[in-house]
Design a protein around this ligand. Structure first.
Ligand code: ATP
Ligand code: OAA
Ligand code: CA
Ligand code: MN
Length: 661
């Protein structure tokens, strides 16, 4: 008969059979290996508290800390910590009380009592008898926490946070599962009055400085009323000469981890020298704005003040607001330095050939720039300077509705520990994500650091682009799968910024609606679209880049009768653009849009290259084509009075590059 002890020995042994010498536990608790006898060393702790204190060791930086210098004088570590807290306190200062909160680093749950440290208050002047309860409390700062620490915070304190079977952190963004462009406000002052695009068609809905300060105070008071806030100090833009320091103050671990993934992560050394941020976000998203406040039309407000270099978020927890809010800021700051900011993906071939992928939400920037055969520079936001391209961000934000391992393996594999998953549905017990489930929203997302993509190009910079690919998801099904564009056509389609998705499938809406969004990102641009267009034209001309229009949408009919072009075909099309093969193809011109389309392309059935072939009903095709042409024409009317750059010939050519019928 096999005794209990023997049986246990057997199973224990087999589970570690890969070890060279197996350990055998015997009744006396002494471990005996095959070769020698080891007596178990008693644990170096007298109490359980002591034992737990052994578990964590103080983390050491990877390279020795240099002692920071202020005006040439070495600063002690203690002094540096103090300066950092002072800077954070200043960020969180109430502008009416003119003092910052008392801040202290660390998780309040781990501190037994209120610290007796000196006050890190930030004084503009000594307030006269300005005592308030908020002045008596400490706000704990969770500063640049690691993903592991943020997971713990999220799971412990934020309802709706779970670890999925692949190790990602599943979260809920609350009532808002997408951006709220109608609730965006931009402060209109003497400077922005002149510089920015205002009025009809502009995404910049004005607010005045005073109202901004009211919302700022509301956000700051909310944040300071909390026991703890998260502070991220990070960078934007991989171009070292044009790097921007950003600080994000938020109330949720979800927001902190999202920005940790999406912005560029500083090294320990870079963090020591961080100093004062160039731009600060106050994310008080759980707290609404006050609808009695001037300019407010809902309980959500996303306010940008370029003069103060601040952004306030009230009444939405959708994390994309932070990412795209900062993108707006870059759309202002970069063109001032003659650098073009782009809502595009970007990748590079083994030979150094760079491609840009423009397109509105859901057209394929992330999907197509994530290409196993090429280096990923970035999936969504870039700069094009005189030195080439650079990614603004440090992470990717992929749509994950209907994500499949087979079609998008690199994105699938990036969804692991550290990745934030928004609004996905998972199986209760196994925590297996069901990517097809739209119960919370269709806009399910994964945010992961760019290095989670195996062939990411770090640092995320590259030479001047060779190909500029404009993506449109045409649910009307009349745009060809690929067309070669001349410069004027490229500019025409860039300014138009067309896509047509099918909105609200549940509502039974079968008719696609055309969306035109200038520069493929009208929601984020700050200047008039023609300013960006002129810069793009100048750069494409100078560097000899070729423009392409790729329809990632419908074929064989509009939404309802046709179907979406197979991703495998789109990938073949993109491959032939990258390889240069498509440039050498034979072309013919289409009706109405006057697009040059190839007659043959390796790996793609020739008949689908001209949409008319795929439509069973030729009259329906013609009607739809004319309908879309009309929509393009109507949309472009507002641009006909503008000059693009200094070249008046180009302006004429662009106007003539639209549909002709
Ligand atoms: N032929 C196709 N080409 C590209 N994408 C396709 C195609 N067919 C289906 N898709 C799907 O369309 C979606 C494209 O979304 P993607 O995340 O690339 O959008 P995006 O342009 O990056 O938008 P955003 O700016 O909102 O992040 C993916 O879910 C992808 O699987
Ligand atoms: O910002 C977002 O929510 C997602 C995105 O990338 C876009 O819409 O362009
Ligand atoms: Ca994307
Ligand atoms: Mn985007």
């Amino acid at each position: 008969m096999v005794s209990w002890n023997q049986r246990r020995t057997v199973s224990f042994n087999s589970s570690i059979s890969s070890f060279s010498s197996s350990l055998i536990l015997e009744k006396d608790g002494v471990e005996r290996s095959g070769k020698c006898r080891i007596h178990a060393t008693p644990v170096k702790a007298q109490t359980l508290d002591e034992l737990h204190s052994l578990q964590k060791k103080k983390s050491a930086p990877t390279t020795p800390i240099k002692s920071p210098h202020v005006f040439g004088v070495a600063v002690s570590e203690e002094e540096r910590q103090k300066q950092q807290l002072q800077s954070i306190s200043a960020s969180l200062a109430s502008l009416t009380r003119e003092t910052g909160p008392k801040v202290v680093k660390g998780d309040p749950a781990r501190q037994a009592e209120t610290p007796k440290v000196q006050q890190h208050t930030h004084h503009h002047h000594t307030p006269a008898l300005n005592i308030s309860d908020s002045g008596l409390k400490f706000t704990h700062i969770l500063y640049n926490l690691s993903p592991a620490e943020l997971y713990e915070q999220a799971i412990k304190y934020e309802k709706g946070s779970f670890i999925t079977s692949s190790g990602a952190l599943a979260t809920l963004s609350g009532a808002k599962t997408g951006r709220s462009p109608r609730d965006k406000r931009v402060v209109r002052d003497e400077i922005t009055e002149e510089d920015l695009w205002w009025g009809k068609g502009s995404p910049n809905i004005e607010m005045d400085e005073q109202t901004f300060l009211i919302n700022r105070e509301r956000a700051v008071d909310y944040l300071c009323s909390l026991e703890k806030v998260f502070v991220n100090d990070q960078f934007l833009n991989w171009d070292p000469n044009n790097r921007i320091k950003v600080r994000i103050v938020s109330a949720r671990a979800y927001h902190s981890l999202f920005m940790h993934n999406m912005c560029i992560r500083p090294t320990t050394e870079e963090l020591e020298d961080f100093g004062t941020p160039d731009f600060t976000i106050y994310n008080a998203g759980q707290f609404p704005c006050n609808r009695y406040t001037h300019y407010m039309t809902s309980s959500t407000s996303i306010d940008i003040n370029l003069g103060r270099r601040e952004m306030v978020i009230l009444g939405t927890q959708y994390a994309g607001e932070m990412k795209k809010g900062l993108f707006g800021v870059m759309h202002y700051l970069m063109p001032k330095r003659q650098i073009l900011s782009l809502h595009s993906g970007c990748n590079m071939g083994k030979e150094g050939d760079v491609a840009l992928f423009f397109g509105l939400s859901g057209t394929g920037k992330t999907t197509l720039s994530t290409d196993h055969n090429r280096y990923l520079i970035g999936d969504d936001e870039h700069c094009w300077s005189n030195h080439g391209v650079s990614n603004i961000e440090g992470g990717c934000y992929a749509k994950c509705i209907d994500l499949s391992r087979e079609k998008e393996p690199d994105i699938w594999n990036a969804i692991k520990f550290g990745t934030v998953m928004e609004n996905v549905v998972f199986e209760e017990h196994t925590r297996e994500v069901d990517y097809t489930d739209k119960s919370v929203t269709e806009n399910t997302r994964a945010a992961y650091p760019i290095e989670y993509i195996p062939n990411a190009k770090i640092p995320c910079v590259g030479p001047h682009p060779k190909n500029v690919i404009l993506l449109a998801c045409d649910a009307f099904g009349v745009l060809p799968p690929v067309s070669k564009l001349n410069l004027a056509q490229t500019m025409y389609h860039f300014i138009s910024g067309y896509t047509a998705l099918v909105a609200g499938t549940e509502d039974g809406i079968k008719e696609p609606t055309a969306t035109f969004s200038a520069c493929f990102g009208a929601a984020f641009i700050m200047l008039h679209p023609t300013k960006y267009a002129a810069m793009l034209a100048e750069k494409m001309q100078k560097h000899g880049a070729t423009g392409w229009l790729v329809n990632t949408g419908w074929s064989g009919g509009s939404y309802g009768s046709g179907s979406r072009i197979k991703l495998a075909y789109t990938r073949k099309i993109i491959d032939s653009i990258h390889s240069g093969a498509l440039l050498k193809a034979e072309y013919k011109k289409t009706e109405v849009f006057g697009l040059e389309i190839p007659t043959e392309l390796e790996g793609v059935p020739s008949e689908i290259l001209d949409p008319v072939n795929t439509w069973p009903d030729k009259k329906a095709h013609k009607d739809t084509l004319l309908k879309l042409g009309g929509l393009f024409r109507k949309n472009f009317e507002v641009f006909t009075n503008y000059k693009i750059g200094t070249d008046s010939n180009l302006t004429e050519e662009i106007l003539a590059a639209g549909p002709n019928f």
